[in-house]
Design a protein around this ligand. Structure first.
Ligand code: IPT
Length: 948
């Protein structure tokens, strides 16, 4: 099987590119068609063609819907991304030591197939450690019981890591571009590993050797900044991670300046950002992802990503492009369920303005081969001293790239300037030449201008508009240029004889002098010009920025197509005489096509009747989405769920706390060890029951507890013989006295409900994933108090095979399967908002029937709305999937996107919410509703899938 990647017509020589040896292994099931993957100081090369790796980070474990992986990859591709960078999370696949699961939502062959089908290269990042704000940094839950030296050459650690790598490498190796079997183009060793001493080098060298032994033939890359550039363990290509704005989204207007990537160039290697900031994560109680999207907004992409291009970067990966959901118990303690990240594609799969900025830049870098081999060029300074110019030149074609930006990359001032260019057609001391006009650089804007370039076969001398894309389409050349609304634009083209300029739409003037046609205009809407008299007719589309949002490009076997209009153009394929387009439609149903030659056209499989327009495009109408009506969620039943708090509960089958040593890095504060992980309870809630005798003289007067949940968002609640004693929130310790009237003569039970908010990452290789969870110390109070004998019960390992190791915690209802169980005995009708005062655990359930419009991609969230002052936390299950953890008195998240394959849009859905009320103030679960996050007409990829 081979896929066609757009092959750039490269005018460039391969020069001294280091070509990596290709695998010669022939696989019985597929014919091989090998491709060479190489690199030099300019760029990566595939089969000798230079490629700009314009890449977006995606985590399959944050979208538990294989059906939607295609959606994300197609949305990437449509924005010009030709590469994705993927973390594979060890813990997601391994519920127990030696046990690995790549079925259903964990099918990594499928994720790699989907990337390939969408025409996207893959940078594979299997760890074993990935960080990623995921539980234990991707280490499996069971590693909390292995006191090995993580991320080091400790043989006990390597043995376990290799166990994972053997499995995941086998899958990655099946999809390597080098073997002609997929689109994996690079493989990352470890993650942000900065220990360059002998041990660190032994470890990294081991991982390199392991990858090779497992048949990995693509370049081995790193994000270890400058650590493994040479010597033992050196990467083939070194990469840097940059998050210039950090991770506090509370002041989204405040910017830090752009880093200088060029300072980290290494001989013989392309300049590569393994992770460049595409958003930021947000903590419990944080400002929320809307603020992160503001901090890392379209202007950030505009200034920072172009700055990297001007520094010579030809491989940029943005972390995240689609963040998704840390569903179940995947988040680290600091972060909540959403991993939206303020990324270009939102968690609910909608577009942020940054998506369109990424697209404008992405179309340029992947559509203009001249940009892939450039050297520094010293420009003349612009005439406005507050601005600087950084320039590059292609030594073979002479094409120049001039970045114009504020001297201070954080500046918000609006500036005007003229620049001076020395070009093939002569010296231009003052551009724009048109009197009374200037180049405008807005606050937090930069412009990457192209000079001595090509638009199809036409010769571009320079333009003060930025270039989005250019192509030869059929008999015509087409260029798409843009600038901010209302700003001046000047474009100069060289012709042998005076051409004819037809203004098809908008306003422009032109002058002709000594072989150069100069066009002047302001950016307003979409200006359309037809210039005839050159080698081929040239159609120039010059838009204000927003007018280019709806211009899409796709490649077909017979050349590129452009679509003006539609919400999204997912794919274009020539099938005999038919041009088959797939995409999404919104309320604006107008579309115009520019394609090679007239042929019949289909949109999502249905024929359309295009009509020729004056601009030479083919206009047609797209289907518009039908309105979405969502049911009100007003039928609820509820059920109490804390038998463990009761005196009469039989806990004899529970695990007895009998360990005196722990695998944790936390020192036990009392013995026996009560850490949940040591007893195999790794996710969510764990219950403890401590018994003591009511014999006079030895009764404790109370108990002092130290409980670790993992940070601020944790909590624990305490009962004595079924009577609520209190909870501790935002703290780890609390003392509870036992009122004498509650103590009985025989057996007394103190019950403690704890929660594990996730295990720490192990960024510094200190074993932090083994920080204890659960009771750290339980000290009976009072002179002569007897010891308390403890039993505990938490999540059952491997209980939920379909959804994997993070879905369920250890609540009684979870262990009994309440999220999906049809059994309604014991459930009583209730209404929301709940007005109960009783503390503890109570579940709420509702079965809701959806009848969403067919042929539409409708993205829904579940929202909880509370009056202020409620003290509870809730786990939200939809059809058995734990898609949200809500904390009423902490926030910020109150809307939980539910993937459209977890949800059944055309049938019954079970919503089950486990509420833990931490005090006895009035009011529990608030009003729960469904929210429409966006609905567009779309090809049908949301069919009920593996998730149900
Ligand atoms: C970088 C990690 O490599 C990545 O896994 C993720 O954690 C990211 O940060 C933040 O979301 S580490 C860098 C910030 C020091």
């Amino acid at each position: 099987m081979r896929i066609k990647f757009p092959r750039l017509k490269s005018l460039l020589l391969m020069g001294s590119a280091a070509t990596l040896a290709c695998a010669t292994v022939a696989h019985a099931d597929q014919p091989t068609a090998q491709h060479s993957i190489a690199f030099d100081q300019y760029s990566f090369l595939v089969d000798g063609q230079r490629v700009y790796l314009w890449s977006g980070e995606f985590h399959p474990y944050r979208l538990p819907s294989p059906e939607l992986w295609r959606d994300i990859f197609q949305k990437m591709k449509a924005a010009g991304f030709n590469t994705t960078s993927i973390y594979f999370s060890w813990g997601y696949h391994s519920p127990r030591e030696g046990e690995y699961d790549f079925s259903g939502i964990r099918d990594m062959d499928r994720v790699l197939d989907e990337a390939q089908k969408a025409g996207i290269y893959v940078i594979a990042r299997p760890g074993p450690y990935i960080n990623a704000e995921v539980d234990s940094g991707g280490f499996p839950l069971w590693l909390t019981q292995k006191p090995v030296k993580n991320r080091s050459p400790d043989p006990d650690y390597l043995k376990l890591g290799d166990e994972w790598l053997t499995r995941i490498d086998r899958i990655i190796a099946r999809h390597q571009l080098s073997d002609g079997r997929g689109s994996v183009v690079a493989y990352q060793i470890e993650n942000e590993y900065y220990n360059g001493d002998d041990k660190g080098r032994d470890y990294i060298q081991h991982l390199r050797d392991k990858a090779k032994a497992d048949g990995i033939t693509v370049p081995l890359v790193g994000n270890h900044n400058d650590t493994f550039v040479s010597g033992k363990g050196a990467m083939d290509v070194t990469g840097w991670d940059y998050y210039p704005q950090g991770f506090d989204c509370s002041h989204p207007e405040h910017w830090n300046p752009a880093p200088d990537m060029a300072a980290h160039r290494h001989a013989g290697q392309p300049l590569f950002t393994a992770e460049f900031q595409g958003g930021a994560f947000d903590p419990w109680g944080g400002p929320g992802y809307a603020q992160c999207a503001k901090l890392i907004n379209d202007r950030f992409a505009n200034v920072f990503y172009k700055e990297n291009i001007a520094a010579g970067a030809t491989a940029q990966n943005f972390y995240m492009l689609y963040g998704g959901t840390s569903w179940g118990w995947q988040p680290i303690p600091q972060n909540y369920t959403s991993y939206d990240y303020g990324a270009a594609i939102t968690e609910a799969r909608q577009f942020e303005p940054k998506y369109f900025e990424d697209k404008r830049i992405g179309y340029l870098v992947t559509g203009l081969p001249a940009l892939l081999k450039t050297d520094d060029l010293k420009p003349r300074a612009p005439d406005n001293p507050r601005l600087v110019e950084v320039a590059r030149i292609n030594p073979e074609t002479g094409t120049q790239f001039h970045l114009l930006r504020h001297g201070d990359t954080t500046s918000s001032t609006v500036e005007s300037t003229h620049i001076a260019l020395s070009l093939k057609e002569g010296a231009f001391p003052r551009i724009p030449q048109q009197p009374g006009t200037a180049i405008r650089i807005d606050g937090r804007e930069s412009k990457l201008l192209v000079a001595d370039g090509k638009i199809g076969a036409a010769t571009l001398v320079y333009s003060t508009s930025e270039m989005m894309t250019q192509a030869s389409i059929g008999a015509r050349d087409v260029g798409v240029l843009y600038g901010r609304a209302g700003s001046d634009g000047e474009t100069a083209l060289a012709f042998k004889a005076k051409p004819q300029v037809k203004v098809l739409e908008g306003q422009a003037t032109s002058t002709w002098s000594r072989g150069i046609l100069r066009i002047n205009y302001q950016h307003h809407g979409l200006l359309r010009l037809l210039i005839e008299g050159g080698e081929r007719p040239l159609l120039l589309l010059i838009g204000e920025n927003s007018a280019t949002d709806r211009i899409w490009r796709q490649e077909t076997a017979q050349g590129p197509v452009l679509l003006l209009g539609s919400h999204l153009l997912r794919s274009a394929r020539v099938d005999g005489e038919t041009l088959a387009l797939t995409g999404d439609g919104d309320a604006d149903n107008h579309a115009e096509l520019l394609a090679g030659h007239a042929r019949s056209v289909t949109w999502n499989g249905a024929p359309v009747s295009p009509a020729p327009t004056a601009s030479g495009t083919l206009a047609f109408d797209l289907p518009v989405p039908k309105p979405v009506t969502l049911p009100v969620l007003d039928h609820w039943t509820s059920r109490e769920d804390q038998p463990e708090a009761g005196a009469a509960f039989d806990d004899r089958a529970w695990q007895q706390a009998d360990l005196n040593v722990s695998s944790s890095i936390t020192k036990p504060g009392s013995l026996p060890v009560l850490f949940a992980d040591d007893y195999g309870f790794h996710t969510g809630n764990t219950w403890y029951r401590g018994h003591f005798s009511g014999k006079a003289g030895s009764v404790p007067s109370g108990i002092k507890l130290h409980v670790k949940s993992g940070g601020e968002a944790g909590a624990f609640s305490v009962w004595l013989n079924g009577h609520f004693l209190g909870s501790v929130t935002r703290n780890e310790t609390g003392s509870f006295s036992f009122p004498a009237n509650l103590v009985v003569a025989g057996d007394n039970v103190v019950s403690v409900l704890t929660v594990n908010m996730g295990h720490e990452e192990d960024y510094n290789s200190t074993g932090e994933n083994r920080t204890a969870r659960g009771i750290i110390a339980a000290v009976p109070l009072g002179a002569g108090a007897d010891a308390i004998r403890w039993r505990l019960q938490g999540a059952v390992t491997g209980q939920d095979k379909l959804r994997g190791p993070y879905n369920l915690g250890g609540l009684h209802g979870e262990r009994e399967g309440w999220p999906t169980s049809p059994d309604s005995a014991g459930w009583t009708a209730t209404s929301l908002p709940a007005d109960t005062t009783a503390p503890g655990i109570r579940w709420y359930r509702s079965d809701v029937t959806l009848d969403l419009p067919q042929g539409q991609d409708t993205s829904l969230s579940l929202a909880i709305k509370d009056p202020p002052g409620r003290h509870y936390r809730a786990l939200i299950f939809v059809n058995g999937w734990q898609m949200g953890h809500y904390i009423a008195d902490m926030g910020p998240q109150s809307r939980f996107p539910i993937p459209s394959t977890v949800l059944n849009g055309h049938g019954v859905n079970r919503i089950a919410i486990a509420v833990w009320k931490t005090d006895d103030t009035p009011g529990s679960l608030g009003v729960v509703s469904l929210v429409d996050e966006g609905s567009v007409t779309a090809p049908d990829f949301t069919a009920p899938g593996l998730a149900r």
